[in-house]
Design a protein around this ligand. Structure first.
Ligand code: ADP
Length: 642
């Protein structure tokens, strides 16, 4: 068949140029990873072909022995990586090589700082892939033919602004990548060097990786040649699926390198779990926790990271059914023994076996995290910093495992008064005061606002610990996590506080007197603020601040209300509007005391409004009418100075 050679020159997407530049400059000390990345892609391509061929044997084109070849040519200064995997069509080459289609790419590049050390860390989150070829090559020629398609295409680029695409002929299916090495990279034109890189990075690849080896001529005792010098193919890797080996055959290095392959990451993982589950529904899992969040962790469309295999045949790497969303950062493989090979996506979605595997896999992952928390506190802390906010979705999404997930949670607390979230609910419970039966928390939209919340005053005075919840997700978390260890989680900004048990007789008497003492102030104030509050009462929470706002036990917290407003939710539409907070005043505060003797009604009203607005502000809230606040405050200040 003759194909007309259509050749066109196309420009790289801006992000690709950026990525190439960054890669070439920041990965220089780690050059040899290019081989790992290209071998990893070749192996994925073989996996994809094997899967497609399950339903269409013809795709093998008579060649079902999938393998990867690595050759080099000292004279031409080239290294060639060849696979007989799925290959790519012209459109696919254009989509995959030359464009980065991953969602969130743009935002990722906006985060780059120009500081090479920092950026090269970031690039790890992104994954380097094919473009790493340009770390060592100044020209790359990729020729590929998709299985079952006649037309082949050649892509070529010097890694600068553009690339060419050309229709060519290619007998064998699959992809061949020729790296034209830069001057100075000759060290890679060496069989021993390449072999040792493969051993180090790609030994776990389950396809054979083949290199030619020179075999010397053989001579007999008299020096007559009995066999001529020749080349022999040699498999340089172990070529068995890593997860099928037993643990004691696998080194930490092997585990780490395999992670980099399946996780498309170039940093070591934090921890892993490897286990074979026996029974009627047998499966093997090898799952990892990355050490760093991928750039698209918060992207709704981000891919799930667990690959499904059935008896070593790759099925899909987008198996939502295998991990719940709150564990979407987990990477690795699950290899199911007892599923039929001819599964479709639809079957997967409904499969009882898959859902049983998911249940089991989630347990293993939780076990892995529990183990990390228990035995490697530093690592767990760094895990929490990367993924804590995702784990907090757990109790909402996975009610069955709520108790286990709750134990994994970490918070800031008044015990440490530090922003670092490192207090577990169990820590809290172990420090509860005698007679205390609730776990107290306050929510706010920043650590500073939480730490300085007026609601905390009485708790600090009585020495009762309070959790400081300042992540957005916390409001949702505590709406589904209402109890831990039979103790109710109680917001200190909601309802009456039943701290009476910690009061002395004296305290109680004092409060009765106060209520009488302030009767008129309370009713007058209630009248002034009737549009804003449902009640005004003497506070048992405050020691230093003059006033604070309290919401009803079943009402939305003020912080939640703020989040909803920001998210553009119309309050009345949600049927949640109208619940006004209670206003509490501190009878020991000078300002409040002075109000008892205030004769001027309009000044009384102004001060009441100012106290109300201050209470909103001190919890990090926003005033409905800031200029009215300023106006009233200035009026009072002027009165002082006059
Ligand atoms: P990643 O592997 O992280 O997706 P790459 O830049 O390495 O990113 O590759 C981009 C895409 O190009 C791959 O997802 C795959 O679709 C395609 N690709 C790369 N190498 C090959 C190959 N050897 N055979 C077939 N497709 C490939």
């Amino acid at each position: 068949m003759t194909v007309e050679a259509q050749k066109e020159t196309l420009g790289f997407q801006t992000e690709v140029k950026h990525l190439l530049h960054l890669m070439i400059h920041s990965l220089y000390s780690n050059k040899e990873i290019f081989l790992r990345e290209l071998v990893s892609n070749a192996s994925d391509a073989a996996d994809k072909l094997r899967f497609e061929a399950l339903s269409n044997d013809g795709l093998y084109e008579g060649d079902s022995e999938l393998k990867i070849r690595i050759d080099f040519d000292e004279a031409k200064k080239t290294i060639t990586i060849t696979d007989n995997g799925i290959g790519m069509t012209r459109a696919e080459v254009q989509d995959h090589i030359g464009t980065i289609a991953k969602s969130g790419t743009k935002q990722f590049f906006e985060r780059l700082t120009g500081d090479q050390a920092k950026d090269s860390e970031l690039i790890g989150q992104f994954g380097v892939g094919f473009y790493s070829a340009f770390i060592v090559a100044d020209k790359v020629t990729l020729t590929t033919r998709k299985a079952g398609v006649a037309e082949a295409v050649r892509w070529e680029s010097a890694g600068e602004g553009d690339y060419t695409l050309e229709t060519v002929e290619k007998a064998n299916r699959g992809t061949e990548i020729v790296l034209h090495l830069k001057d100075g990279e000759e060290e890679f034109l060496n069989a021993w060097k390449i072999r040792s890189i493969i051993k180090k990075f790609s030994d776990h690849i389950s396809l054979p990786i083949i290199m030619s080896r020179e075999v010397d001529a053989e001579t007999d005792d008299e020096g007559n040649e009995t066999a001529a010098a020749h080349l022999e193919d040699e498999t340089v890797n172990t070529a068995s699926a890593l997860w099928t080996k037993s643990k004691d055959e696998i080194s930490d290095e092997d585990y780490n390198e395999f992670y980099k392959h399946v996780g498309h990451d170039f940093q070591d993982p934090l921890t892993h779990v490897h286990s074979k589950v026996e029974g009627t529904n047998e499966y093997t899992l090898l799952l990892y926790t990355p050490s760093r969040a991928p750039f698209d962790l918060w992207d709704r469309d981000s891919k799930h990271g667990v690959k499904l295999y059935i008896r070593k045949v790759f099925i899909t790497d987008d198996a939502e059914q295998l991990m719940p969303r709150y564990l979407r950062f987990i990477r690795g493989v699950i290899d199911a023994d007892s599923l039929p090979l001819n599964v479709s996506r639809e079957i997967l979605q409904q499969s009882k076996q898959i859902s049983a595997i998911k249940t089991g896999a989630v347990k293993k992952v939780l076990g892995m995290l529990e183990d990390l928390a228990e035995n490697q506190a530093d690592k767990y802390q760094s895990f929490w910093e990367q993924f804590g906010n995702v784990i907090k979705e757990g109790p909402i999404e996975d009610a069955k495992n709520k108790d286990r997930i709750a134990k994994l949670l970490r918070f800031s607390s008044t015990h440490t008064n530090d922003k670092t979230q490192n207090v577990s609910l169990a820590d809290y419970v172990s420090r509860m005061k005698e007679g205390q039966d609730k776990i107290y928390f306050v929510t706010a939209d920043s650590f500073a606002a939480a730490k300085n919340s007026p609601h905390l005053e009485i708790f600090r005075k009585k020495g009762i610990e309070v959790l400081l919840l300042t992540d957005r997700i916390d409001e949702w978390l505590i709406s589904s996590l209402t109890d831990f260890d039979d103790k109710h989680l109680q917001s200190i900004a909601k309802g009456e506080l039943d701290l009476e048990q910690f009061d002395t007789e004296e305290d109680k008497q004092h409060q009765e007197e106060l209520n009488k003492d302030f009767e008129t102030v309370l009713s007058q104030m209630k009248d002034v603020l009737k549009d804003k509050v449902s009640d005004v009462r003497i506070s048992h929470r405050l020691t230093d601040s003059p006033a604070c706002l309290v919401t009803g036990v079943y009402d939305m917290s003020l912080n939640m209300e703020r989040i909803m407003k920001e998210a553009g939710q119309a309050m009345n539409m949600m049927g949640m509007g109208g619940s006004k907070p209670t206003f509490e005043i501190n009878p020991d505060h000078g300002l409040v005391k002075a109000l008892k003797n205030e004769q001027d009604d309009s000044r009384f009203a102004d001060i009441s409004h100012i106290l109300f607005d201050q209470a909103v502000l001190s919890e990090g809230g926003q005033l409905d009418d800031p200029s009215a606040f300023v106006h009233k405050l200035n009026g009072l200040l002027q009165g002082l100075l006059a």
